[in-house]
Design a protein around this ligand. Structure first.
Ligand code: SER
Length: 622
């Protein structure tokens, strides 16, 4: 059964049972959010779980695009991906445990013909501390369901200590069977909803359990032991609690929140042992095999990293609210995904130029019917990926050579890590990965300290992120950064004061500047912006840096971004002519060159739309 058919059957199944099918939300949360990416189907539904009326009713289902950044390092074990699709159904104060467990079992065993004898389930053990009992109701229902299939279903406690004991239904504590967006009950903030859940596992067979490996050698096998034998394919959360000051209270309504990973369900239906062998990945894997001349089975980890990371990057850039690689928040993940894929391509010996976009094309082909935005935005996806690939590819080999010089050290010190980051564009996580492969440690704290010490680079640097959009602190990048300020000033002069910076991304080769403006610029406007910049360059403006409190900086008329959160003290860069007249003044973390005559001449190479009401300029220095 093709994955498309599985997705369709799921939605049809719930439609027939009175559910409204809603579209997938964007991968990038819409409102201010503590989460950078949508990581589960329920995320966009939280207000309705809390009691707000959903316009489509009380029964909802969909297939939701999800991205879990925590899982980046886990990719490579045949069942973890950062991007995945979650098949979900929700009861918003309508049906509860009985119907839900009935539905999901029926769907798996009848619609998808999964053998019920291979299914095992977990339920909540209960927690006295928070006053919530073990989930006897779910146990009774599961017993009835299995009885109807003539399957003995013993309920067993403490399988994590005593093993399977011939059981079918297993009790587990909060760590396994409590679900909230924030994790464990004690980690949840006030007013966060959560509840016990019941998961369904598929038995892939004892031969797939790795109890011979060091990690599992002395451990008993049970459905949650992660040895490879059992795989979780669905989770029904009984969302009926909310955390309050005095403890857990019942929500005004009882909700169900079910989520099942389409990739894993497909793996079972297609009788594979790796999700990368299902039709949701196979064309991508085949493409990497052609590019590398190697076979997936020989080099699983690198294949999986490339396939997963480029799939995720394609979805994030190609989303309706898509974003490209940068050094800021979500963009930093996109950068990490692409750079890690480039590096694993190098491990596979892929020598082709600009090969990443060929892999991205396979991703677009797989998803274009289900998520049409990915095809609509495909040009942007290929461009962004190609650009990032080129930038990183240039320094990757040199960086790895440099890294090898430290092969004999047991620990990579902060200074070395910072220099690998600044000179070769190695994200700190990549440095850690390289080090781990070598049995070395990295002084990550030292790395951040060192980054801070680079004053001109790092006033506003947090978590290794350059806020001004610079890909590194090299000379060419710095020049283009100074040119970006001049361009910002020039655009305001030509197009008016409503123009302000919406984004900036600078590499050693070009600047890319996004600004608020809702029309295409005319040829004349582009030329005059260029002329203004070049005049300022010729005037050899002097660039002065001062540190001011944020309020003083604003009072001094320094340009700042309305959407930015600035720290208490900021750097202000002023550009002044030989008579001391200040032409441009801006809050910025730097770095900049000292005199504009160092820049050469600015050429705008492209002006295009970037998003609604936002234009994008690319320019180079000659
Ligand atoms: N919210 C639950 C999960 O993500 C079920 O959808 O597993």
């Amino acid at each position: 059964m093709k994955s498309k058919e599985i997705r369709k059957r799921f939605l049809d199944f719930y439609r027939k049972r009175g559910h409204a099918i809603i579209p997938s939300s964007s991968l990038l949360p819409e409102k201010d959010s503590t989460l950078l990416f949508v990581n589960s189907g329920m995320f966009p539904l939280v207000p309705y779980l809390l009691g707000e009326k959903h316009p489509e009713g009380k029964r909802i289902a969909n297939s939701q695009k999800c991205f879990r950044s925590d899982d980046i390092e886990d990719v490579g074990n045949m069942r973890h991906t950062t991007f995945f699709e979650m098949l979900g159904n929700w009861s918003l104060g309508d049906y509860f445990k009985e119907e839900q467990l009935e539905f999901v079992f029926h769907f798996f065993t009848k619609e998808l013909s999964i053998d019920p004898k291979r299914l095992y389930v977990s339920v909540y053990r209960g927690n006295e501390e928070i006053g919530i009992e073990r989930d006897k109701e779910a146990v009774e229902k599961w017993k009835e369901i299995f009885r109807n299939e003539n399957i003995e279903a013993k309920d067993i406690d403490f399988a994590e200590e005593k093993g399977m004991q011939g059981g079918r239904i297993f009790y587990y504590p909060d760590e396994e069977n409590w679900w909230s967006r924030a994790g464990l009950p004690k980690e949840m903030p006030l007013n966060e909803p959560g509840g016990p859940d019941s998961e369904i596992f598929y038995d892939l067979g004892e031969e797939l359990g790795h109890h011979d490996k060091e990690e599992f050698k002395d451990k008993v096998c049970h459905i949650n032991c992660d040895c490879g034998r059992f795989i979780e394919i669905g989770n029904s959360v009984f969302m009926e609690f909310i955390k309050k000051e005095s403890g857990f209270e019942k929500l005004p309504q009882k909700n169900v929140d079910f989520g099942g990973g389409l990739e894993r369900i497909t793996m079972i239906c297609q009788e594979k042992t790796s999700i990368f062998e299902t039709d949701l990945f196979l064309p991508i894997i085949k493409r990497i095999e052609r590019l590398s001349g190697l076979s997936y089975r020989d080099k699983r980890k690198s294949f999986e990293v490339i396939a997963d990371h480029l799939k995720a990057a394609t979805h994030i850039i190609g989303d309706e609210r898509g974003i490209g690689p940068s050094n800021k928040e979500q963009g930093y993940f996109v950068r990490r995904l692409i750079r890690r894929a480039v590096r694993h391509g190098n491990i596979l010996g892929i020598d082709a130029n600009s090969w990443l976009k060929d892999v991205a094309k396979e991703v677009v082909d797989i998803y274009k019917e289900t998520y049409p935005e990915i095809e609509k935005n495909s040009k942007r996806v290929y461009n962004e990926i190609e650009e990032e690939e080129k930038v990183f590819y240039k320094t990757l080999k040199k960086g790895i050579k440099e890294f090898k010089k430290f092969r004999d050290k047991s620990k990579i010190d902060g200074k070395t890590a910072a220099s690998l980051y600044q000179t070769y564009g190695f994200p700190i996580e990549l440095i850690e990965e390289l080090a781990n492969e070598n049995g070395q440690e990295v002084d990550v704290e030292g790395f951040f300290e060192e980054m801070k010490r680079h004053q001109e680079l790092s006033r506003k640097l947090s978590a290794g992120v350059f806020k001004s959009g610079l890909s590194d602190g090299g000379r060419e990048t710095t020049k283009l950064h100074t040119a970006t300020h001049l361009l910002h000033y020039a655009l305001k002069s030509v197009l008016g004061d409503n123009v302000y910076q919406k984004g900036s991304n600078i590499t050693s080769e070009r600047l890319r500047f996004d600004f608020s403006y809702d029309k295409k610029m005319t040829k004349e406007e582009i030329e005059s912006a260029e002329r203004i910049v070049n005049k300022m360059i010729e005037k050899d403006l002097l660039i002065k840096k001062e540190e001011l409190s944020l309020s003083d900086a604003k009072r001094s008329g320094a340009l700042h971004l309305p959407e930015e959160n600035y720290p208490e003290n900021v750097l202000v860069y002023s550009f002044s002519d030989s008579d001391g007249n200040i032409l441009s003044r801006e809050i910025c973390s730097g770095p900049h060159v000292e005199r504009t005559s160092e820049l050469g001449r600015l050429v705008i190479t492209k002006e295009e739309s970037s998003a609604k009401g936002v234009r994008r300029i690319r320019a180079i220095l000659k």
